[in-house]
Design a protein around this ligand. Structure first.
Ligand code: ADP
Ligand code: 2DT
Ligand code: MG
Length: 207
């Protein structure tokens, strides 16, 4: 089992609507690739606690202010993500900048304004978008009490995700309205392929 010391890790992002199955697939990826899991938002940092309070409807924040906090939450983790990638460790993100763009644009903020604060973050080597209709997702236990968990919002978010796809490379859409095993087959194959193909330094998002 030869280890190539010069090879960096892959940054793999899993995106999708609420209940698309992101966390289920991410957990499998972390095990299969012996990778680091980073969940966005990371609710444990001081910024993350503000986001948690906002998402659980305990506080109100201006739409632009909260968008920038979600982005800042990524920037505060970016140096350690880059460090791990450079040390050869693969990093799996459960949501990333694309959720930031999709949810904030769905609320009515301009698409390009939403994209700007995340520019030059570590760029994913692969983004797996788990696509599912809001109604099929809702059948997986119904929506909870967090902000954004309603059908109308989910429909808008889905449509922005489909626009985001045109702005980034290394994007793979996977039909998430199938069994965990069927989805996993596609996710595992794409992720292992991405790990094998990694070359060159970590790139910058939207560069
Ligand atoms: P997300 O992180 O995208 O919100 P989860 O992975 O937490 O989604 O899954 C949401 C719910 O749906 C959980 O109860 C999970 O067990 C279930 N679930 C996940 N993937 C599937 C699937 N492919 N088919 C049916 N149910 C699923
Ligand atoms: P979960 O913890 O269940 O994934 O829900 N969100 C997330 C944004 O609005 N902007 C972002 O940048 C990110 C990463 C999506 C998290 C909720 O937070 C929303 C759902
Ligand atoms: Mg989840």
């Amino acid at each position: 089992n030869q280890v190539d010391d010069s090879k960096r890790g892959a940054l793999i992002v899993v995106e999708g609507l609420d209940r698309a199955g992101k966390s289920t697939q991410v957990e499998r990826l972390v095990k299969a690739l012996d990778a680091r899991l980073v969940k966005f938002p990371d609710r444990t940092t001081p910024i993350g606690r503000m986001l948690d309070s906002y998402l659980t409807q305990k506080s109100e924040l201006d739409d632009r202010a909260v968008h920038l906090l979600f982005s800042a939450n990524r920037w505060e983790l970016a140096p350690s993500i880059r460090q791990d990638l450079e040390a050869g460790k693969t990093v799996i993100c459960d949501r990333y900048a694309f959720s930031g763009i999709a949810y904030s644009t769905a609320k009515g903020l301009p698409f390009d304004w939403c994209l700007a604060p995340d520019a030059t973050l570590p760029a994913p080597d692969l983004t797996i978008f788990l696509t599912i209709s809001p109604s099929a997702a809702a059948e997986r236990g119904g929506y909870g009490a967090e902000r954004y968990e309603d059908r109308e919002m989910q429909l808008k978010v889905k449509s922005v995700f489909e626009d985001v796809e045109d702005r980034v490379g290394d994007w793979m859409t996977v039909n998430a309205d199938r069994s965990v095993e069927e989805v996993w087959k596609d996710v595992e194959k794409a992720a292992k392929n991405a790990v094998g193909l990694v070359t060159g330094p970590v790139r910058g998002l939207f560069d």
